[in-house]
Ligand binder design. Sequence first.
Ligand code: TA6
Length: 298
Amino acid sequence: MREVYRMAENPRMGILPPVMNLPASVRLSDADPSYPVFEIDHPTCTARVALHGAHVMSWRPVDEEEVLYLSPDAVFKEGKAIRGGIPVCWPWFNAHPADASQPSHGLVRGRFWEFLGATEDVRGVTLRFGIRVGIWNAELTVKTGEELEVALESKNVSEVPVLVSGALHTYLGVSDIEQVRVVNLDGCTYLDTVGERQTRIQKGDVIFDKEVDRIYESSSSILLVDDLSGRTILVEKSGSPSTVVWNPWAEKAAALADLPDEGYLKFCCIEAAIANDRAEIVMPGAAHVLMTRISVEE
Ligand code: TA6
């Protein structure tokens, strides 16, 4: 059964079509029409995706606990990135490579995207969003089911080659950050950005007993092992030469108004990224795809 949403007073005309044919497992939250959130309730999973930032806020496979961390102090208003879930940091990562006046982590996590459509089948629900930024057309495809796959396609619609960087900045929920390990980065070179920036080599698993903010040179899949809960999360990716691992720890967490002081204990960011110094060249008319796929290991 396909539902039809006719938003009479559509406060987001232009980014939400006036009539939306949503599949049976998808509904538009009626909490705040000015801040549309798609709610998915499918036999394989539940999930929530905000139109603002095309931001996956929640994903819970059937028979599992919530996989993503969403700050209870997150702010839901235009221009402010949601703290948690999967912020889309694009078309650059962290500070703009050439213009310090630009916002950190790009332009689009603080904007409403255009809703392009939703489909479903027995495996799950797919949502698509789009946004135009200068010479870029971006499309984000969110595939929810027993796995969560988010793919960001950056298409260069100009006549000249351009560079793209960015990240799918995933906040994974953990029981206690001091009892988790990130596995499969052993031996990788990384830039440690805490304090004086240093290049180092990872020795063994990544553990957390202080602030961690590292850009690893790795294209591999990695595992987040939560020894306390017994849950292991697999993070696969493509189109991403950099893996960012981040936890702000206590001092930085206390300085973030949209994160509880103890919030840092409950998440680990594992980001499929293209760090600015590893930016990808996209030829005129071509596109680059950055993808992350998350699954819970049995
Ligand atoms: O991905 C790690 C990082 O770049 C950290 O340096 C920290 O700034 C984090 O992203 C969160 O950034 P935000 O702008 O969302 O507070």
